[in-house]
Design a protein around this ligand. Structure first.
Ligand code: TYM
Length: 339
């Protein structure tokens, strides 16, 4: 089933985490989403169903987080005239295809997903749900129902993309050519932004707050967190991710906001210490985050307009996704529903 549009299809999703997006998911994914609106037929969703897999928020919190996430995506530069922005739960085709894909996935195959293993190890066996185990398969369906060619993500999603490719191929081999086999779109420079307190681990809400820069935080908090970022016992500002992960991570963030290659920006700090680097990173982050927070707040001040934009996105997403599921159900041999 070829994609109907001339332009390549792009699909990606982000979880509605508490509070705000952080520098990791923003630089690793959302910035690429904004760029890829141009020249592609882009579909982006807030994966609200995924938020139920682990430590589910209260119903009120989930609704709030979902709207705040959608507002942040618009504040970051997604334009509803140029992309399709929607909520995962508004498109039932995702869960409908997910069931078929679950039936093509080995139990061992699903259990081997690193993110499942990490998260289940961290939260303890009695709190791990079947939803956490099958979540990557719902993600597979998120992608395949749009016949996406490219999926912009950070490095931590590479294995889920590999699963997506395997399941698309398995379906195609079993039932005939139906799904586009998508390619991950991972920008090497920002694919893994590291925690400021533990620069051996990726920045993530689950690691604790001190090493995570939340884009909606008060600027004073951001500046303080960057000032306290872990570096090393040398003094030279040099990009060397193996020997100097903390300093290299700060240079990566600085370069991303400056729109310059990281290999070149350490020259800016020749003869200066880590204090100068941290001050420059803090300036760059705050210069972006202040207007971003203001735009997010303005969008949240008009919830009816936000819901209208999401409804419009859902209409278009449902059109495309329903057709894929109709064809896939038919190929599997499910009798077409009465019309
Ligand atoms: P999530 O919500 O954890 O993260 C959203 C995106 O941000 C990237 N990311 C990072 N990139 C660089 N450095 C970091 N420290 C960092 N932290 C997060 C992630 O790689 C991701 O691209 N399962 C997905 C959401 C999802 C999805 C999809 C993605 C659901 N369906 C379909 C693509 C296509 C997740 O939990 O991402």
């Amino acid at each position: 089933m070829p994609t109907s549009a001339q332009r390549p299809r792009v699909l990606s999703g982000i979880q509605p985490t508490a509070g705000s997006f952080h520098l990791g998911n923003f630089l690793g994914a959302v910035r690429q989403w904004v760029t890829l609106q141009e020249g592609n037929d882009a579909f982006y969703c807030v994966v609200d169903l995924h938020a139920l897999t682990l430590n589910p928020p209260t119903p009120a919190e989930l609704r709030e987080r979902t709207r705040v996430s959608a507002a942040q995506l618009l504040a970051a530069g997604l334009d509803p005239e140029r992309c399709t922005l929607f909520l995962q739960s508004h498109v039932p085709a995702h869960t409908r295809l997910s069931w078929v894909m679950e039936c093509l996935t080995g139990f061992g195959e699903a259990s081997r997903m690193t993110q499942f293993k990490d998260k289940s190890a961290r939260s303890g066996a009695d709190r791990v749900t079947v939803g956490l185990l099958t979540y990557p398969i719902l993600q597979v369906a998120d992608i395949l129902v749009y016949q996406a060619n490219y999926v912009p993500v950070g490095e931590d999603q590479r294995q889920h993309l590999e699963l997506t490719r395997n399941l698309a191929q398995r379906f195609n081999t079993t039932y005939g050519d139906t799904f586009v086999v998508p390619e991950p779109y991972i920008l090497s420079g920002t694919a893994k932004i590291l925690d400021l307190q533990d620069p051996t681990a990726k920045m993530s809400k689950s690691l604790g707050d001190a090493g995570t820069i939340n884009l909606l935080d008060d600027p004073a908090v951001t500046v303080k967190k960057i000032r306290r970022a872990v570096t090393d016992t040398e003094t030279e500002v040099r990009y060397d991710p193996k020997a100097k992960p903390g300093v290299s991570n700060l240079l990566t963030i600085y370069a991303a906001f400056a729109g310059r290659p990281v290999a070149e920006v350490d020259q800016d700090f020749a003869g200066q210490g880590y204090g100068a680097l941290k001050a420059a990173v803090a300036d760059a982050v705050v210069a972006f985050a202040e207007p971003y927070a203001k735009r997010t707040k303005d969008l949240l001040d008009d919830p009816a307009e936000l819901d209208r934009l999401l409804a419009r996105g859902a209409r278009r997403a449902n059109e495309v996704a329903d057709e894929s599921v109709r064809v896939a159900y038919d190929r599997v041999g499910l009798v077409p529903p009465p019309t």
